[in-house]
Design a protein around this ligand. Sequence first.
Ligand code: URA
Ligand code: ZN
Length: 386
Amino acid sequence: MSLRKLLVDVHTHVYLPRYASVLRSRSNVPRILTRNTPSGWKEDRLLILDDEPTGGRPVGPQYWDREEKLKFMDRHGIDISVVSCANPWLDFLPFSEALILAQHLNADLESYCASGPLVASSAELKRLYGFGLLPLVPGAPADSLSEAVTRLAIEHPHIRGVIIGTRGTGLGLDDSALEPLWAALAETGLVVFLHPHYGVGSQAWGTRDNGHVLPLALGFPFETTTAIARLILAGVLDRHPNLRILLAHSGGALPQLSSRLASCVEHDPVVAGRLAHDVRWYIGRLWFDAVAYGAAELDFVSETIGRAGGYGTDILPSGERGRKLGASRMLFGTDHPFFPPLGETEKWPSVVENLEAIEEVERWSEEDKAGVRARNALTLFGLGSS
Ligand code: URA
Ligand code: ZN
């Protein structure tokens, strides 16, 4: 098959069996608990959020079984998945335990990918690659994080990046103690997948029972928005221009708020002058998954980030040129195994919506769409000769 026709999923999760058994052993959130249903069956429930609506979510082999991941991929025409541990990663463990578990889970993930199948008609491309884990928890010494990055890059060829949350070692991603970590990530070229878990401001959700809707739809993306804004304002991308960061959920509210953020910086005597570039310049140098569920949103994000990259330069790419540049930084994702269908369906609506959204961006060319479906990911992760 021509590489141009592939479909690559860069936002797809797993709780590897070793991780799932840690969750099963716990009596506090995050945990997996087994309960009896009224009809006498036993069912596993996943409780990971702090303000978890009662009962959590159903969880099963889709979360840990590689065969289920491959079946899901086949069912939706996905050729390659870049798989990551789902939240909350190792955040709840003391450093000493996180360090050891990260090493074991990274080795597990390497073998999950390496012993998996090849893409049909390719002698070299695997169907599974991964984002590894770091012991990025309170108390982690800075040099242990950079050592973990170097080790990951050397020992695990199928691991092409790391997934991280927004808290760093407790003080967020603008903590200067993380400098050696950013340096190591920039040096190795591992892609940083920034993903939310905690949400922000849950007091805003009120008291009506809206299930997981508000924390997932609004809290998650706004957490990502805040975390990456803090990282940019701290000058991390000035000091580490080779750092490659992929934002979950199309960057949350960042594209929509990018010019407002830039304006607030320019009008603030504390921050103005701290950065080498207009804030939007950095935003145009990030990568964004295409997990936005709508064509209008993808169109908007592509044009906004494409244009953003031109601020402070002689060329401000607007219209088609902006969208093209932006589209080259967007990558298809599913968020599997989250958002399963509520009833029996062959294909998952959450996946179909994201595929249709790409198809329906009228102002993207077929070339742009092929990029979002596969080529951008192949290039970013160094897979095959794209
Ligand atoms: N819910 C989660 O907890 N994590 C995801 O990645 C998506 C939905
Ligand atoms: Zn996710």
